[in-house]
Design a binder for this molecule. Structure first.
Ligand SMILES: NC(=O)c1ccc[n+]([C@@H]2O[C@H](COP(=O)([O-])OP(=O)(O)OC[C@H]3O[C@@H](n4cnc5c(N)ncnc54)[C@H](OP(=O)(O)O)[C@@H]3O)[C@@H](O)[C@H]2O)c1
Length: 360
């Protein structure tokens, strides 16, 4: 029992006791001591860095970590993308630091004081400055190497369920390469592989509602296993207190559904008529996306067209290992799709498709 006199008694409250479980010693001999009641003012004692915190998954992870009292370093490139993160924890608990994935010194500054590092950095499309490999492979390797050199105890690297070195998609191939490079630089790294995420800012339900034509490719037959962003963020948060978690954690959603079914789900939940867009042949879709790469804003890229023809792998999920039960997409569809209803349909009841087997 590590009780100190000052922490044992507080005026007007029950005696506060500190247990041995409040003290954790990391392999680098850094003590992590949690204290305080649960809630916003609690302190878990952990200091973590979340690379990729400004993205879709990152915001929910930072929120969950900071709310539990973990000090979070949030590396950012554009300060408008990081502002909302600062208010997710108690004053001084969320610390922004500017970084560049190519700059080892900046990476070291971001993780020097952390016992755990999360790497959520990823990009659906290539840009003028960053191809897939420089983000998913060499970028991930650099973070792992600097983390290892700076005595970080834990590295949690987010990859993708379909990562494979033999994939026809460069995105999935570089994700697989990244996993290998991360493991060679940081042998104890935990690799987390989620499937396609759904949530408020997702590129799944939102894109289906806005651009159904791109989900009609392959006649909508491609099957994916969508997973709730909140479940993945909770799994990543839980990993902080599961030091003996498996080194590879697959996080697919509970059900396999086709894009044709998702198009029907979006249409029926949002009370919009099903899209009459034609089913483009793959060659035409690829050519169109190639042309669209000349504009400066992000558009669907040829590699995404390739991925629209690839079913999610059947690997079983490791949800038990992270203590989370994943949600079905139908349960939350209305929450994320109500914004696509017209004013007259806004509060009408939710109507779900009657069958998951859909053809068109
Ligand atoms: N979304 C999904 O459906 C899904 C499914 C499975 C796996 N994943 C993986 O999960 C991770 C998080 O996904 P997400 O949906 O949150 O992605 P996201 O919204 O696109 O966010 C990506 C994050 O990576 C950062 N990033 C991208 N390129 C960078 C670069 N060159 N230098 C520095 N930072 C860079 C972004 O920073 P800026 O804000 O500065 O651009 C952002 O913080 C990714 O690794 C992704 O591949 C996502």
């Amino acid at each position: 029992m590590l009780a100190s006199t000052s922490s044992r008694l507080r005026a007007g409250s029950a005696p506060l006791r500190r247990g041995l479980h409040d003290l954790v010693t990391t392999p680098s001999k850094k003590p992590i001591i949690s204290y305080g009641p649960p809630g916003r003012s609690a302190v878990t004692g952990h200091v973590v860095t979340v690379f990729g915190c400004t993205g879709f998954l990152g915001r929910y992870l930072v929120s969950k970590l900071a709310r539990a009292g973990t000090q979070v370093i949030v590396p950012y490139r554009d300060d408008y993308e990081m502002r909302h993160l600062k208010v997710m924890g108690d004053l001084g608990q969320v610390l922004p630091l500017e970084w560049d994935i190519r700059n080892e010194q900046q990476i070291a500054e971001c993780l020097r004081h952390s016992d755990t590092v999360y790497n959520l950095v990823g990009r659906e499309y290539e840009t003028k400055n960053f191809d897939y490999a420089s983000v998913h492979s060499t970028g991930a390797q650099r973070i792992a190497k600097v983390a290892s050199e700076n005595g970080v105890s834990r590295l949690i690297h987010v990859s993708h369920l379909n990562a494979s070195s033999s994939s026809t998609s460069a995105f999935y191939r570089t994700k697989a390469e990244g996993e290998e490079l991360v493991k060679s630089a940081f042998p104890n790294a935990t690799i987390v592989r989620p499937a396609a995420l759904f949530g408020y800012e997702d590129k799944l339900l939102n894109s289906i509602a806005r651009w159904p034509i791109w989900f009609k490719l392959n006649h909508g037959r491609t099957e994916i296993r969508p997973v709730h962003v909140m479940d993945v963020a909770q799994a990543l948060t839980n990993l902080l207190s599961i030091p003996d978690a498996p080194q590879l954690i697959n996080l697919p959603g509970p059900s396999k559904v086709s894009y044709a079914y998702l198009l029907g789900l979006v249409a029926s939940v949002s009370y919009n008529p099903p899209s009459k867009a034609p089913t483009l042949p793959k060659s035409v879709a690829t050519a169109l996306t190639r042309i669209s790469q000349s504009v400066w804003w992000p558009t669907i890229c040829p590699d995404e067209v390739e991925r629209r023809y690839m079913n999610d792998v059947d690997t079983p999920g490791n949800w038990d290992a992270v203590g989370v039960e994943p949600d079905e997409i139908e349960t939350f569809a209305i929450k994320y799709l109500r914004q696509y209803r017209s004013a007259e349909n806004y509060v009408r009841p939710v109507v779900l498709p009657t069958s998951r087997v859909v053809e068109f």
